[in-house]
Design a binder for this molecule. Structure first.
Ligand SMILES: [Zn+2]
Length: 394
């Protein structure tokens, strides 16, 4: 098969190894053949095509660990807009997928959408009928009747939980998403809407099918129950206590941070009016607790929670909360691949992995905002977006 050399200025393979000056990637079809100095690759191989990105830093494609296709904070009252007709939500998803892809997101883990629209979007993307990142989907988010979850559906009691998980799996869920808590902290302890028994059944059903579980949880007793029941990722963790940080550190669960809901003014302002004040009031505490989680050395990934095109900004927030540039980048590459269970396929630029590559201006290890200066997106070895690159046949 024909091989293509992608020539960069600098290459960060995402494994934590030092950057390669004059680095390049040899690809064949959708996979990486080798990574190294361009000159050395040229001596060993005879690529039919060279993609010249020699002004750019090459990195692994970004992975959004927590997304929703049809949630769109550009809309006024955007949480309530999840009640729009499914057709409208699906059209919205078609647009947001393009925005995500063009911002460098090559894999998107979607943790709940309406009407199984994510099933159809995933099919359309994988069949090449529509542009978008590779999708991992949760189908219906599972919440209890009196609990939080604008993108979820209500189920109550262990029997309904069992059926909900099984139906989601039947429809093609790659991950099971459920809700334990709200997003804002009330007075006193953080309550869990869902019972321990319901949590156990959800996780047991998913794990028996070999599928991971992700829980919307800001902290409190629900976090403890989820960890004890073996949940694979705690989503958000905005108000995680020191004690809960210790609990999480001893477990195999990941923390997926989604800072923009508390840190981006534009996003808070399009929340339903009754929620705006609370987000401003709790911004400082949420920032402090996310910072504590990062500084404690927890394993973390990062997601936009539907802030489409904004993953670079979420990564930047991580550095503001104490993460090193390298760890912040890994939260959307190598660590993110592990959150998704796809560490053998994506997340780093290594031989045999899928050729998901982005090219940016500058070196993100020195200036994290360079991830936002995106020039090229390559998904499965195909250029999906390019800004000022020139291609030369050799
Ligand atoms: Zn979410």
């Amino acid at each position: 098969m024909k091989q293509t050399l992608i020539r960069g200025k600098l290459l960060l393979d995402g494994t934590g190894k030092p950057a390669i000056d004059g680095g390049g990637i040899l690809i064949e079809g959708e996979r990486i053949v080798c990574v190294g100095k361009t000159e050395e690759i040229m001596q060993r191989a005879d690529p039919v095509q060279v993609v010249d990105l020699s002004g750019q830093t090459l990195l692994p494609g970004l992975i959004d660990c927590h997304n929703h296709l049809s949630l769109d904070p550009r809309l006024e009252n955007y949480l309530h807009r999840m009640a729009d007709p499914i057709a409208a939500l699906t059209l919205r998803a078609c647009e947001t997928m393009q925005i995500d892809l063009r911002s460098g997101v090559t894999t998107s883990r979607c943790l709940g959408d309406k009407g199984f629209l994510d099933v159809e979007c995933k099919k359309a993307v994988s069949e090449g009928r529509i542009e978008g990142p590779r999708l991992l989907i949760a189908t219906r988010g599972i919440r209890v009747s009196h609990g939080h979850g604008f993108v979820g559906y209500p189920f109550d009691g262990v029997d309904q939980m069992r059926v909900a998980v099984r139906e989601n799996l039947m429809r093609g869920a790659d991950v099971i998403k459920f809700y334990a808590t709200g997003t804002l902290k009330g007075e006193g302890n953080i309550t869990s809407f869902i019972s321990k028994e319901e949590i156990e059944v959800i996780i047991e059903e998913a794990h028996r099918a070999g599928v991971r579980t992700a829980v919307h949880c800001i902290g409190g007793i629900g976090l403890r129950w989820c960890i004890e029941s073996g949940v694979d990722s705690i989503e958000h963790g905005y108000f995680i206590s020191d004690e809960e940080i210790n609990l999480l550190a001893k477990s195999k669960s990941w923390l997926v941070l989604t800072p923009s809901i508390f840190l981006t003014d534009a996003r808070i302002q399009t929340l339903p009016p009754e929620l705006i004040e609370g987000h401003y009031q709790q911004r400082e505490l949420a920032t402090e607790r996310m910072t504590a989680a990062i500084k404690a050395g927890l394993r973390f990934g990062v997601g936009t929670d539907g802030m489409h095109g904004g993953l670079a900004k979420e990564i930047e927030y991580l550095t503001q909360m104490g993460a090193s540039e390298s760890d912040a980048l890994m939260a959307a590459t190598r660590s993110a691949a592990s959150v998704c269970g796809l560490e053998k396929e994506i997340g780093t630029l290594e031989p045999g992995k899928l050729a998901d590559i982005i090219g940016v201006e500058g070196n993100p290890l020195k200036d994290i905002t360079s991830i936002g200066k995106l020039r090229t997106v390559i998904l499965n070895g195909k250029i999906k977006h390019s800004n000022c690159n020139k291609r030369t046949a050799s």
